[in-house]
Write a protein that binds this ligand. Sequence first.
Ligand code: SAH
Length: 347
Amino acid sequence: MKLIFDYTQEQLVDEFLDINEKKFRATQVFEWIYRKNVYSFHEMNNLSLDLRKKLSENYDIDLLKIKEKQVSRDGTIKYLFELKDGGLIESVLMVHDYGRSLCVTSQLGCNMGCRFCASGLLKKQRNLSSGEMVNQVLTVMNDTHDKVTHVVIMGTGEPFDNYNEVMNFVYIINHAKGLAIGARHITVSTCGLIPQMKKFAKEGLQINLAISLHASHDNIRNELMPINKTYPMDELRKAMKDYINATNRRLTIEYILLKGVNDELIHARQLAHYLRGLNVYVNLIPYNAVDEHGYQQSKQSDVAAFKSELLRLKINVTQRKEHGRDIDGACGQLRAKKVGESNGNHR
Ligand code: SAH
């Protein structure tokens, strides 16, 4: 069965022509799904009964199965979903004053191997299809009876290691006849895969790009993020500069503060030096401890000192608010734990 959410509106039109159906029928189906939130072909009552039968026999339109759901006092909801093949993925809904933002997973596991991250504890099993990413958004909207206004592709996985499906996903949720989530409300985050950054710069999209930097120097970044050995910081800086020049857009730099590793004043100064002349702002991220890794969250006073040092050096900086503190566990841990349990592997 083909997943109906995998299709952009244009692809669905082509598909319908292939199965000898009229173009406008595809548009109707697209509207049922994305405008009327109907997830059963049988309820699409402007289609003939024959077509409804044909569609339900050939296309999968099921929302994701919710395996687990944790609701935090601040409104954050963590979902553990089960895919059709039994794979488990996590999505997190965060409620901000400006809207409702969903953190979407792009791969089952991840191969980047960042030392501080829970996702990398499980190697990549496969890429998610665009429809499986769309389905995270639809399932959350259906479960909460509310719109998702912002999407960040910052869940498990490296989105640029699944480039085409991620771009298709963005296209579907951004489409005017689809969910119409504004490009400026969509952010894709990468650990810095330079060839894909170059490609992305040429797409002419208004979506935001965030770079997971997390270090001020190659020595530290090599330790934290193995990808730095392939794409070291001077090459990354050049790719960022090219991206900014090509798109005229500001980049976000993500920087997790790890106690005693990258959170001292010397690091703030190195970082400021590295970013000098780039149109960026730094988003300081409080670290969510992952049991297996032994890294710790920086002290509040060190975070404050780091931040003011960047400000003093005229670098734009914001501090990410922690969400769902009381339901805790780092991003990706819900899944890592579940998979561990089902393997009989209690880490
Ligand atoms: N692979 C992509 C997107 C997934 S990670 C990337 O590297 O950007 C999304 C963000 O969460 C990244 O900045 C990542 O470094 C950060 N992150 C990973 N583990 C974390 C943890 N335990 N605590 C806080 N942030 C974490």
